[in-house]
Design a protein around this ligand. Structure first.
Ligand SMILES: [Zn+2]
Length: 91
């Protein structure tokens, strides 16, 4: 059972990569990314990468997938799949 629209984590550009942090973390909170990097949540949105999208931290990606039970990329498309919505991404 997958509830769409509810995410335990969110992406945070940090130190040149897009890491995942618990969605419960608010601005100025100190915690860890899913890959274990110490992070302080910035109060302002981080600057955009010159390329338009920070490279994904695959350690965070893997930890996130494991938490949600999402098979590792790539996965076969399934009927009813929602279009991928990647912020700042290109297809
Ligand atoms: Zn990470």
């Amino acid at each position: 059972m997958v509830v769409m629209g509810i995410r335990a984590f969110r992406w945070l550009p940090y130190r040149g990569q897009r890491h995942a942090i618990p969605d419960s973390m608010a601005a100025n909170d100190v915690g860890n990314t899913l890959c274990g990097v110490d992070v302080t949540v910035p109060h302002d949105p981080p600057p955009r990468s010159p390329d338009g999208c920070w490279p994904t931290c695959w350690s965070c990606d893997a930890a996130w997938r494991e938490f949600e039970g999402i098979p590792a990329f790539p996965r076969p498309r399934q009927a009813g799949d929602a279009p991928r919505t990647t912020v700042g991404g290109r297809s």
